[in-house]
Ligand binder design. Structure first.
Ligand SMILES: C[S@@+](CC[C@H](N)C(=O)[O-])C[C@H]1O[C@@H](n2cnc3c(N)ncnc32)[C@H](O)[C@@H]1O
Length: 396
């Protein structure tokens, strides 16, 4: 065995032991489908976000790589009624919770397997959607991990990734190191780490920066030992900044489609008060703009984004003829419809005009844009606006 392989094996064993002790996330198991939605786990919504149109197929294969206790996996099954889902994880204890979670809520189009993402080539076939949330940064070689997963992505398939950011986790890293120092050779005993960590927090002065940050940012989650352990006593964590993130992305050989929290990556919200500042930013590359945003808003503790395996053709709907013959459907992640005030895919409130509402009400899944516009008072600009705001999805 090479030195690199033995390093991977050691890290994998240490990480599996953490999650065997504290399966994550510790969400309660329900006897019904989980509430609400996360659009990133809805194939139609995720594909529409990446390609600007409805995908051709819904009977797809989804891989949840590092599925943990199956919270995301369960959504992937329930939100995609025609998909087959595979969940892999290295922790046997966590997989047991994931199986039980899905069994209880009737999520039966899923198979779980104890497998490292480094060995994912052992799975047959390719996947149309790969979800890998909170995992790559806990491996010893995220580049090798992202490449292994990328090879399992079907051409035109999409890959949702979440990794930690270093700027917003500065205090977390300090606390991790402090706990490790006090644990000494008991490092790797995760229950001991949680006990030590909780005592440190209880002992720190109230206005201490690490304590304040924990209270302001993380205390809602960290009252559970599973969350506390995941955050403060993890044996393996690699954090990114925009520069190192794009090194990882470039090494994947896949195409960067965009951040799946685009509201954060909007420079206007930070320097928009002075148009001359915005003007100067026009000389910057998109990556430099992202860097500028995170430097000015160092709260960011993670990056979430979609990659695609080329070719992923994108529809922009600027051609009138194409738009007129498209078949519109209501976006699958909208709450409160039909009604003039709805929650959009990202749970933001949207007030529809009467004409927009009438258009959306006439979307029956078979009428074209032209046919609907014969009945309602909207024009093509209005239809484009509904599409751009992801209130409707268009099928070519
Ligand atoms: C923070 S949890 C995230 C769980 C889940 N993806 C979620 O977001 O709810 C990280 C999970 O990744 C798993 N993991 C870590 N390294 C892995 C690897 N090399 N292959 C597969 N799973 C891994 C861990 O066992 C753990 O269950």
């Amino acid at each position: 065995m090479s030195e690199a392989q033995s390093q991977t094996q050691q890290v994998t064993a240490a990480v599996a032991k953490l999650y065997d002790t504290y399966p994550f996330p510790p969400e309660p198991l329900l006897d019904e489908p989980p509430p609400g939605y996360n659009w990133r786990w809805n194939w139609l919504a995720a594909y529409n976000f990446c390609a600007g149109r409805k995908p051709e197929r819904e009977n797809i294969r989804i891989l949840d790589a590092g599925c943990g206790s199956g919270v995301g996996t369960e959504y992937l099954v329930h939100l995609n009624p025609h998909a087959q889902v595979v969940g892999i994880d290295i922790s046997a204890g966590t997989l047991e919770v994931a199986r039980e979670r899905c069994r209880r809520s009737g999520a039966d189009r899923v198979e779980f397997q104890q497998l490292s993402l480094f060995d994912v080539e052992q799975l047959p076939g390719e996947f149309d959607l790969i979800n890998c949330v909170g995992v790559l940064h806990h491996t010893d070689d995220p580049v090798r991990g992202i490449q292994a997963l990328g090879r399992k992505l079907a051409p035109g398939g999409i890959f949702h990734i979440f990794v930690y950011g270093e700027l917003g986790r500065w205090e977390v890293r300090l606390m991790q190191k402090a706990i490790a120092l006090l644990q000494g050779d008991q490092r790797g005993d995760y229950r001991d780490g949680v006990e030590i960590g909780r005592k440190i927090f209880a002992s720190l002065p109230e206005n201490n920066r690490i304590r304040k940050r924990d209270q302001e940012r993380w205390s809602l989650e960290n009252h559970r030992d599973e969350n506390f352990a995941d955050m403060y006593v993890h044996p393996q964590e690699i954090d990114y900044n925009i520069d190192t993130l794009f090194e990882l992305i470039d090494a994947s050989g896949l195409e960067f489609v965009g951040f799946s929290n685009p509201g954060f990556w909007n420079l206007e919200r930070l320097i928009g008060k002075y148009p001359e500042l915005m003007e100067r930013s026009q000389n910057l590359s998109p990556r430099q703009i992202y860097r500028l945003i995170e430097l000015l808003d160092p709260e960011t503790s993670h990056y979430e984004f979609f990659l695609a395996r080329p070719p992923l053709r994108k529809s922009d709907w600027s051609d009138d003829n194409l738009l007129q013959s498209a078949i519109p459907e209501i976006h699958p992640c909208i709450d409160g419809f039909p009604g003039q005030t709805v929650f959009n895919y990202d749970y933001q409130i949207v007030n529809l005009t009467s004409a927009e509402l009438a258009f959306m009400e006439a979307c029956d899944g078979s009428s074209s844009v032209t046919q609907i516009l014969e009945q309602v008072e909207l024009d093509l600009t209005g239809v484009r606006s509904l599409q751009q705001r992801q209130l409707i999805i268009l099928k070519e």
